[in-house]
Design a protein around this ligand. Structure first.
Ligand code: PAF
Length: 279
């Protein structure tokens, strides 16, 4: 496995590789876990050469404290990547990516950016769009892999690629869960033991909401979720919404033939967790 911090060196290495190999790319912010490993497995299955980037992108954090406290475990990340058979890792500094101008570009994703995470995390998707576009321009992969835990991010990246005509195929990968159902996330390591124990309540609620969605109105399901969280002493619901999978707009009534998902954001103490379920 080769590791690069420098854009020019990575590019000169990849230009040779690309002559004969299909390059698969998994951008990450490090603090790698089994969820990332499942993306890398998918990358190995669907491409000939797997590149992973590790970069905690400052422009996508709306909360400065969250950026400072974001887990950084580079040494362990590299060990995990080596063990799973990743081919190349890109670990640039902030200066390498942004120079002295740590700013996000403004994007229009046909309204996808105003829903859910976009409404609650100011500027978040401009930051994500900025870094993913930069990384695609640097790595120029044939195919890139993103987890469905960040389903809105996945849809936004598909839109980014379509609008900016970036020649890369985007593959969405199923949410990887702990045995107790908690969606894997780098932020899980920051949960207190008490909050960690309670966190599977989120997915349990989603699964029950999915059952209810089959026979109840959207409003009834939404109210049921809100009430359930009101009774929970440890977890605070930020939002639960049932939205159209394509537009990500909250749905008021079920329309036959449309595909829906339930999306949730919850505070477990200081830590914000998100999850979603196909309905
Ligand atoms: O999903 C993430 O970890 C990040 O948003 C990404 C796609 C690596 C961009 O920084």
């Amino acid at each position: 496995m080769v590791v690069f911090q420098n854009i020019a060196k990575l590019q000169s290495h990849l230009s040779l590789i690309k002559k004969s190999k299909k390059v698969g790319f998994i951008p990450t912010m490090g603090a790698l876990h089994e969820g990332h490993m499942s993306l890398i497995e998918k990358g190995k299955e669907k491409s000939d050469y797997v590149v992973v980037s590790i970069f905690v992108n400052p422009t996508q954090f709306d909360n400065p404290e969250d950026l400072v406290k974001y887990p950084r475990t580079l040494e362990n990340d590299l060990k995990m990547l080596e063990a799973i058979g990743c081919d190349a890792v890109f670990t640039p500094s902030s200066n390498e990516i942004y120079g002295s101008n740590i700013d996000a570009q403004t994007f229009h994703f046909d309204g996808l950016e105003h829903q859910m995470e976009g409404a609650f995390r100011d500027g978040h998707f401009d930051g994500v769009g900025t870094i993913v576009k930069k990384l695609f321009e640097i790595v120029k992969p044939n195919v890139a892999f993103f987890g469905e835990k960040d389903f809105q991010q996945l849809q936004i990246i598909k839109k980014l690629v379509e609008k900016h005509e970036i020649p890369v195929k985007i593959v969405g990968c199923k949410i990887h869960r702990e045995e107790d159902g908690l969606a894997m996330s780098s932020r899980n390591t920051r949960l207190t033991p008490e909050h960690r124990k309670e966190a599977p309540f989120i997915y349990k609620t989603l699964k029950k909401a999915k059952k209810r969605f089959k026979k109840e109105s959207i409003d009834d399901v939404l109210n049921w979720v809100v009430k359930r969280f009101e009774k929970n002493q440890l977890l605070e619901l930020e939002y639960f919404t049932i939205a159209d999978e394509k537009t990500l707009k909250s749905a008021k009534e079920k329309v036959k033939g449309e595909k829906y998902r339930g999306f949730i954001a919850v505070f477990a103490g200081e830590i914000r967790l998100i999850d979603n379920i196909k309905l």
